[in-house]
Structures are given as C-alpha cells and as structure tokens.
Design a protein around this ligand. Structure first.
Ligand code: HEC
Ligand code: HEC
Ligand code: HEC
Ligand code: HEC
Length: 485
C-alpha cells in the first residue's frame, strides 16, 4: 500500500500565521510518493544542548527540539512504519550539574520514548565525570543503554562497560553501528579514567567481529576534524553503507552525497534536522532519502513537555547555588553602586519610562514565564538575557544582579540598567547636591546611540542565535528615547 504523506504534510494542526516566512514552502513536503519502506533508518546528531527552540526568534521560525522530534517518530509509528533511530552523539555541550540534569531528561526520558537504538559517544559526552558517563554506557537489565564507541574506554577496554559497537534488529534486518573519536578531539580530555585508542586501529580490530554479526547495513560515526574524517573514511573504502562525520554542514543536503559506495549522512547541527533512509526489497529502488526539518509542522509532544517540566522543576529545587552558579564581581559597582531596579527611575525619568514600558524589553520576563511552555524562569540558560544584572556571555549573575523572582522581583525584564549599568550611586547623587558627584555618575551611565560600543551591548543579548534579524538601526528606532528634544 502506498502511504502518501501529503495529507499529513501539516502535522502540527494549529499553525499560526507566519509573516515573511513560509516554512512549508522552504522545506517542501515530506515522503512524497514513498511506499512504506521495509525499514526506515532515522539519523540525528550534534544537538549540542539545544533541547528545545528557545523561541527568541519566534518558535515557528526555529527548527529543532525534542518535543517535536518525538511527534515526528509518533507520526511514523502511526503509519506503522518500522524504524531504527541512530544518533551521532554530542548531545550535550558543556558539563556540570545543569547539563547532567538536562542529560537525564534527554537520554533517559526523551530518547527512550523515541526508541533510539544507538548513540555514538562524542567528545562532548567525554566532558562528563566518569560516574555520569557510566550511567549511560553500561546496559542493565530492563534498562538498555544506547551509547557506543570503538576507541573509547572507561578505566579499561571492556565491552560490558562501553559497547564497541551496537546492533539494532528490526523488521527482520540487522543494522550495525560503530562510532569513533579521532585524535584531535581526544586531546583536551582531562579525565584520566577515560582511555582513548587510535580510531583506525580499533576499527580494524572490531570489524571482523562486527562482520560476524552479518548485518544488512553498517553505519560508521566519526567525530573528528574534516581531514581526520576523510582520512578514516579512506582507510575503509566500501566497508560501511552509511557514514556520519562531525564535519556535517549546518543543513543536510536535499540529495545524499556519496564517498565510493558509502552514503554520507549529513544530519546538520543543533538537532534541527533528521535524515531518513527508507530501505526496500526492490532492486530498482533499493532506498529513498528524505531530509526532515524538525519544524512547527510537528506539534510539541505532551509526553516530552511533561518531562521537560520535571527538568525545570529540578532546576527550581536545586537553585542557582545548587547548580554551582556563583554570582561574579561587576567592575562597574565600585563607581556606580548596586542595581536598583527600573521602578527607581520613574520619578525622575517619567517620559523615558513611558517609552520603555511600551517596548518588548518591559515584558521580557513574560517571554519566559508565560510564553514559554513549560515556563523557563529557573533556567539559567534563559534567564541571562531576560533580566537585569547578568553577565550574558557567562550565563552568570553579577553580585547584586537578579537571583530569582522572589528575592529580586525588581530586576525582572530587560530594564534600564541592562544597558546603562547599575545606577544606585547615580540616584544617590541626583538626590544630593554635589554637582561634581552628579556629573561623574551621569558620565558613568551615559550611552550614545552613535557609539559602536552600544551596539556591542545589544549584541550580547541580540546574538545570531536569539535575534537573527537584529539590525542596530531598525531595532534602535523601536526603542529610542531622549529626555528632551
Ligand atoms: C543571549 C541572550 C538570550 C538568551 C540566552 C535567551 N534569550 Fe530569549 N530573547 C533574546 C532576545 C534578544 C530576544 C528578542 C529577539 C528579537 O526580537 O529579535 C528574545 C526573545 C524571546 C522570546 C520571544 C518573545 C516574543 O515577544 O515573541 C521568547 C519566548 C524567549 N526569548 C524565550 C527564551 C527562552 C525560553 C530561553 C532559554 C531557552 C531564552 N529566551 C534565552 C535573548 C535571549
Ligand atoms: C532623583 C532623580 C533621579 C533618579 C531617581 C534617576 N535619575 Fe537619571 N538623571 C537624573 C537627572 C537630573 C539627570 C540629568 C538630566 C537628564 O539627563 O535628565 C539624569 C540623567 C540620567 C541619564 C543620562 C546621563 C547622560 O548624561 O546622558 C541616564 C542614562 C539616567 N539618568 C538613567 C537613570 C536610571 C536608569 C535610573 C534608575 C535606575 C535613574 N536615572 C534614576 C535624575 C534621576
Ligand atoms: C539584557 C539583554 C538585552 C539587551 C542588552 C538588549 N536587548 Fe533588546 N531584547 C531583549 C529581549 C529578551 C527581547 C525580547 C523581549 C520579549 O519579546 O519579550 C528584546 C527585544 C527587543 C526589541 C523588540 C523586537 C521586536 O521585534 O519588536 C527591540 C527593538 C530591541 N530589543 C532592541 C534593542 C537594542 C537596540 C538594544 C541595544 C541598545 C537592545 N535591544 C539591548 C534583550 C536585550
Ligand atoms: C536597550 C538599552 C537601553 C535601555 C533598556 C534603556 N536605555 Fe536609556 N539609553 C540607551 C542608549 C543607547 C541611549 C543613548 C541615546 C542617544 O544617543 O540618543 C540612552 C539614553 C538615555 C538617556 C539620555 C537621553 C538624552 O536625552 O540624552 C536617559 C535619561 C536614559 N537613557 C534613561 C533610561 C531609563 C530611565 C531607562 C529605563 C526606563 C532606559 N534608559 C532604558 C539605551 C537604553
């Protein structure tokens, strides 16, 4: 039976009107003219910590997210398509308690729901402490794990601790998956309990064993530099059916590329795409290829959102301190004093305050508390640019900056001091009669729209990820304020 997906092309249902941007047009229809495959291979990878689109650039225009990804898999299951899901790894970006909590949400909760069969260990995963890594590599009864690496060992090479390869058996087919990390990415490892071997040596050692498994298809995942990926591929011509290298472009190609007989699976970055290969018992069309953008045509899966909420609850319970986020010194405090909050400015700057109140900066907290589902008000990854008094780059509060809605309610939103800096001493000066003190502090908080440094302040928050359409002139025009014309 032929399954046409054009009728389910818009899977999300309630799609809000999107201005100047037509995703369906730009990403075309999916699985058009596909017969039901014997088995569908679904590849993802290099999520780099991007678990859900933040919504900063408009959720509809942003691709990716685990809750949509789950809906994509559910859609396949609804049509009774059998699949094998494989992730290349580098699921996390950093390390530390927040990454560990997040990781639990991603791997143990969400990717289990999606029935992943194998994940390659990437260099980012190796940033976790040993005991955390073990949680995700050692299979335990009733809780199989997915991670695999041929040339990475924890303490010693032992297939019970890190599987050198994994085999997925589905729809009567066997898919073998091997993953390696090349030497350039082994260098900055500072965990002595992790042992790295040469990728090519280990692949040579493992291949006979993998070949004994008589897999129908073999997948090789390579984490490494461009040249390393090419070099390793050249060592094993025609050995693997599919190769995923970490030199993947930002977007997977519309049609697959090949090196010899191996198809290159280019999954893109930040989990924005999945790549699907349909396998058929048909000598004329043995496979079909589809790049799947994880966009708003897929609804957010309630199952994943529920788990995401639990993750957010954990962040709240743990608190910034518990997460190891310690407020840092702010060099401006010595001259300018502490943060005072936007309310403190109203009395003397009524006109400017009126303009600010109408701007989106005045509702930036709402974006996290009301517009984000679930709310992200305890998530340092979001708070940083939606409040007063954080170091945006470090995602860390300054001493006297925002630390929580209850403790520092006056510092929610992008306030005056998000741009002008702390104003405690300016207020003190203006309330006194020391002209010199007044002038010194006015100078310290003075900004000029023609000064290039002001643009730099904007870009700390309006960066390429969170504000891709930022243009200083047009944006400033929307929030400009002058005391007197
Ligand atoms: C690096 C700074 C930065 C971080 C971190 C950040 N945001 Fe934003 N956010 C922005 C900026 C800047 C805008 C406005 C973008 C624009 O209009 O060009 C924005 C806008 C938004 C909006 C849109 C509100 C509207 O009016 O449509 C939402 C929702 C949002 N952010 C949620 C989040 C969430 C959730 C996170 C954490 C996952 C997050 N933000 C992290 C800077 C950031
Ligand atoms: C007690 C009154 C008072 C308070 C409160 C006050 N200001 Fe001012 N501010 C002044 C006066 C007076 C000036 C100088 C005249 C002018 O530019 O309006 C000034 C100037 C400024 C300037 C312009 C500096 C320059 O020379 O370009 C900025 C920026 C500013 N204030 C920000 C703030 C912020 C932000 C707050 C709240 C955190 C605040 N002020 C609170 C009285 C006050
Ligand atoms: C502390 C972080 C931060 C800084 C600094 C910042 N912004 Fe924003 N900006 C935001 C956030 C967050 C939003 C989105 C708020 C929302 O929609 O709820 C936003 C929204 C805006 C918007 C509304 C966009 C729209 O589509 O309506 C404009 C305009 C804007 N910012 C201009 C600027 C300019 C110009 C600067 C520099 C002078 C600047 N911002 C500095 C965080 C920041
Ligand atoms: C997004 C960043 C940003 C925010 C938020 C912001 N300002 Fe400003 N402010 C600026 C810039 C940039 C200038 C310089 C304007 C110019 O050169 O014309 C400025 C100028 C001023 C001036 C001097 C105006 C003049 O006539 O020269 C005052 C006073 C002021 N801001 C007060 C405030 C107050 C009060 C708030 C909050 C209610 C606030 N600002 C919020 C960026 C910001």
């Amino acid at each position: 039976m032929s399954v046409s997906r054009s009728d389910v092309d818009v899977i999300g249902g309630d799609i809000p009107a999107v201005k100047k941007f037509d995703l369906i047009k730009s990403d075309s229809k999916l699985f058009v003219g596909w017969e039901k495959p014997k088995l569908l291979l679904v590849f993802t990878g290099f999520m780099n910590g991007y678990i859900e689109p933040c919504g900063c650039a408009g959720r509809d225009q942003m691709k990716g997210g685990l809750s949509r990804r789950h809906s994509m898999f559910k859609e396949l299951m609804k049509n009774n398509w059998e699949y094998a899901a494989i992730d290349a790894g580098n699921i996390n970006k950093g390390f530390g308690l927040q990454e560990e909590l997040k990781y639990n949400f991603v791997i143990d909760e969400s990717m289990r729901l999606m029935k992943y069969g194998a994940i390659g260990i990437g260099n980012n995963e190796l940033r976790f402490p040993t005991e955390v890594l073990l949680l995700y590599t050692v299979d335990v009864p009733n809780s199989p794990k997915y991670y695999t690496s041929a040339n990475i060992a924890i303490l010693a090479f032992n297939p019970d601790v890190v599987k050198p390869y994994r085999v997925i058996s589905q729809a009567g087919l066997k898919i073998g998956i091997v993953s390696v990390i090349a030497s350039s990415l082994q260098k900055d490892l500072n965990n002595k309990e992790i042992i790295c071997a040469d990728a090519v040596d280990k692949l040579r050692e493992i291949l006979p064993k993998l070949n004994n498994e008589k897999c129908n298809k073999k997948v090789l995942i390579i984490h490494g530099s461009d040249t390393e990926v090419t070099t390793i591929i050249n060592f094993f011509p025609d050995e693997f059916d599919y190769i995923i290298g970490s030199n993947t472009p930002a977007e997977p190609p519309i049609q697959p590329n090949f090196v010899g007989k191996s198809m290159l699976i280019e999954v893109g970055e930040k989990g924005k795409f999945a790549v699907a290969i349909g396998l058929y018992d048909d000598s004329k069309t043995p496979f079909r290829y589809q790049r799947i953008p994880i966009d708003f045509r897929y609804k957010n899966s309630e199952d994943v959102l529920k788990r995401m909420q639990l993750y957010q609850n954990q962040l709240e319970k743990t608190g910034l301190n518990g997460l190891g986020i310690k407020p840092i010194d702010d060099s401006r405090v010595e001259v300018c004093g502490k943060y005072s909050g936007t309310k403190q400015c109203i009395d003397c700057h009524e006109e400017v305050h009126k303009i600010w109140r109408k701007s989106k900066h005045a509702s930036a907290w709402n974006a996290l508390s009301k517009e984000s589902i679930p709310a992200r008000v305890n998530d340092p990854e979001c708070i940083a640019c939606h409040v007063v008094g954080w170091n945006r780059k470090e995602r860390t509060p300054y001493k006297n900056g925002f630390i929580g809605q209850k403790a520092t309610p006056e510092l929610i939103n992008v306030g005056c001091e998000s741009c002008h800096g702390p104003c405690e001493n300016h207020i003190k000066a203006e309330q006194g009669a020391d002209i010199k003190f007044q002038e010194k502090l006015r100078k310290a908080i003075k900004l000029s729209a023609t000064d290039n440094n002001v643009k730099k302040i904007c870009i700390e928050c309006h960066d390429g990820d969170n504000s891709p359409h930022f243009d200083f002139k047009t944006y400033w025009e929307k929030i400009k304020h002058k005391e007197k014309e």
